[in-house]
Design a protein around this ligand. Structure first.
Ligand SMILES: [Zn+2]
Length: 282
């Protein structure tokens, strides 16, 4: 039996490319990407690519869907990213995608909206909207931007019947937050906590956007997970699978999957991790 456990996760922050044409591509002179603005391509709709890639390696993942409700306020440009890029879980195309992934064995969980980490009412609302689409209970959550206050957020999440939270992660680099490397149960709230090993954007930042270096760094953390017998839990946003928009990201993800298969790793969904007693410090 392999000693490596891999837990693949995706946060679905945005599904349509909108304001980023102005804030990202025009500023950086990425005129090639502006083509999709006039041709009606949807460069962030990478769900098929994501599913096919994982299937190729016999893997499944946990997908966190966001239902952002922050209003658009023209005089708060810092919030534009949150309000203008949002989508609805109930949008027909999104809802069908959610159901299709679920029917095929992927795990669907909630990506709690930006302010929900301090608002149980919002958590409850978003959970029930997602459950309405899914036709089943949702037990897992990761907060948008990994926003959370300990233990308040975990208490709120538990209050509205979540079982696990996957928001424990660094927001300024790769590796674990406060060296908490192993999934555990928070004693006050009873929530199961799944620490994040690394997020793709920080991986690429630390690698100076060099794909080979990014892969090397990822492998270093995979070794660390194997040595310490903890899950290698990674976060790849689905839009990053578009190679023309985010060169190298898809390639590194596939190399990680290849290496995991080579090491005979076991792929775990988040919900299965919390059921695997050997991972949990009680
Ligand atoms: Zn997010």
């Amino acid at each position: 039996m392999s000693s490596l456990t891999v837990c693949l996760t995706h946060d679905i922050d945005r599904v349509y490319k909108t304001y980023q044409y102005i804030t990202h591509d025009l500023k950086r002179g990425n005129f090639r990407n502006l083509k999709s603005l006039v041709t009606n391509e949807e460069p962030y709709w990478m769900f098929n690519e994501m599913a096919e890639l994982e299937e190729k390696y016999g893997a499944k993942s946990t997908i966190f869907f966001l239902h952002e409700t922050i209003p658009f306020r023209p005089f708060r440009p810092s919030e534009w990213k949150l309000s203008l890029g949002r989508y609805s879980i109930q949008d027909k195309k999104v809802a069908n995608t959610i159901r299709e992934f679920h029917a095929n064995g992927w795990e669907i969980a909630l990506h709690g909206s930006y302010n929900s980490y301090k608002n149980p009412k919002l958590l409850k609302q978003e959970k029930s909207i997602l459950e309405g689409v899914l036709g089943e209970e949702v037990i897992g959550i990761r907060q948008h931007y990994l926003n959370h206050i300990e233990p308040d957020t975990w208490n709120y999440q538990k209050e509205v019947s979540f079982l696990y939270d996957a928001s424990l992660g660094r927001t300024n680099g790769i590796g674990y937050k406060d060296d908490r490397i192993k999934p555990f149960q928070n004693s006050e709230s009873g929530m199961f906590i799944i620490p994040l090993t690394l997020m793709e954007c920080y991986l690429f930042n630390e690698a100076g956007h060099d794909r080979q270096k990014a892969l090397k760094l990822a492998m270093k953390w995979m070794d660390h997970s194997e040595e310490n017998q903890v899950p290698f839990t990674i976060l790849w946003h689905q839009r990053m699978f578009n190679e023309s928009e985010f060169p190298g990201y898809r390639w590194v993800y596939e190399e990680i999957l290849k290496e995991a298969v080579k090491r005979e790793a076991e792929f775990y969904l988040c919900k299965d991790l919390i059921g695997a007693n050997s991972f949990i410090d009680l």
